[in-house]
Design a protein around this ligand. Structure first.
Ligand code: HEC
Ligand code: HEC
Ligand code: HEC
Ligand code: HEC
Length: 209
């Protein structure tokens, strides 16, 4: 090999190594992994943020961690008309109730499970109405009513925590905000009536002609 070519190859080689070193050095210092790099560079991608924060600004949310996943759900207490319950429930239930007439909650008709196995105090705590009550007698905050449902509906609860049952609010991007059980199911009558698609049967119309 002629000397001049040998030198050119050598210089090219050295340049290559230098280029490699410099480029590896730049990124090696900033990011530990490719996912770090993707996350960092998508944070303000072309000036557009990939966050759902601006879509959920108008609702109050609470953060929950269920099955190892942390996400937001809408808060409930502000939405419940008769909250706080202790405005009226300051004395025991039997002192409030009358034998002859029904004095409150006329709009609530329980149609959930068998009446032998479920009544109002399965879920509501007669001693402190401002909290829901678990089957073991623990207090559950009204904002966390999914924990109440999860006692008996583990399958739907696990699907919901994973994002398969229920629905995301507004946007797919993180932070994740999901509807909670009572946003869709009325706890007092949770089942939906089944609906059949409207049928437009052209065959039948032709037969009638
Ligand atoms: C405006 C007053 C008022 C408020 C607010 C109120 N309650 Fe009541 N509640 C009553 C009265 C009065 C009764 C007794 C009704 C009866 O049987 O005559 C009652 C009864 C009940 C009962 C027993 C079932 C029944 O129908 O007797 C439950 C359970 C109950 N309330 C839950 C709640 C919960 C939960 C809240 C808050 C989310 C709440 N209440 C808020 C007045 C109130
Ligand atoms: C399966 C559990 C469950 C049972 C049984 C149940 N509730 Fe509730 N109740 C809830 C949950 C959960 C909420 C909160 C719903 C929300 O966040 O909108 C609620 C909300 C309420 C409220 C406040 C909402 C409103 O409409 O004013 C009242 C009052 C109430 N329940 C009374 C009763 C009474 C009376 C009974 C019995 C007839 C009863 N509940 C049975 C779970 C239950
Ligand atoms: C103490 C146990 C218990 C709790 C707590 C409970 N449920 Fe239920 N739920 C039942 C039973 C039992 C049935 C009736 C099952 C059936 O008919 O197959 C039922 C029925 C339902 C149904 C109708 C199922 C169908 O196939 O149509 C829905 C929806 C539902 N519950 C949602 C909820 C939600 C939401 C909560 C929380 C607010 C909740 N449940 C809390 C026991 C419970
Ligand atoms: C975005 C609305 C939404 C949310 C949130 C939601 N559900 Fe449902 N759920 C539905 C619909 C729709 C069905 C299907 C009803 C049908 O097929 O008749 C359903 C069905 C069910 C059933 C009946 C059995 C079945 O799988 O068909 C149960 C029980 C139930 N949900 C419990 C829950 C519980 C518990 C939560 C919270 C952990 C929850 N759901 C959250 C909309 C919702």
């Amino acid at each position: 090999m002629p000397m001049s070519k040998y030198i050119t190859y050598n210089i090219l080689g050295v340049l290559c190594i230098l280029f490699c070193l410099s480029s590896c050095k730049n990124h090696g210092e900033e990011y530990h992994s490719i996912t770090d790099k993707i996350e960092a560079e998508s944070r303000d991608y072309h000036g557009i943020s990939t966050s759902s924060e601006s879509y959920i600004e108008h609702i109050n949310t609470v953060e929950v961690t269920e099955n190892g996943l942390t996400f937001l759900i809408p808060e409930r207490k502000e939405e419940i008309e008769s909250y706080s319950c202790t405005e009226c429930h300051s004395k025991p239930l039997d002192e409030l109730q009358s034998k002859t007439i029904k004095k409150a909650h006329w709009n609530i008709k329980l149609s959930h499970a068998n009446q032998l196995t479920m009544n109002c105090v399965t879920c509501h705590n007669g001693d402190n109405m401002d909290y829901l009550q678990s089957l073991t007698g623990s207090q559950i905050d009204f904002d966390l009513s999914h924990q109440l449902c999860s006692q008996c509906h583990q399958k739907q609860f696990k699907d919901w925590a994973g994002g398969a049952h229920g629905k995301r609010i507004e946007s797919w991007a993180s932070p994740r905000a999901s509807m909670t059980c009572v946003n869709c199911h009325n706890p007092h009558a949770p089942s939906f009536e089944s609906k059949w698609p409207e049928r437009y049967n052209t065959q039948k119309i032709n037969e009638r002609k």
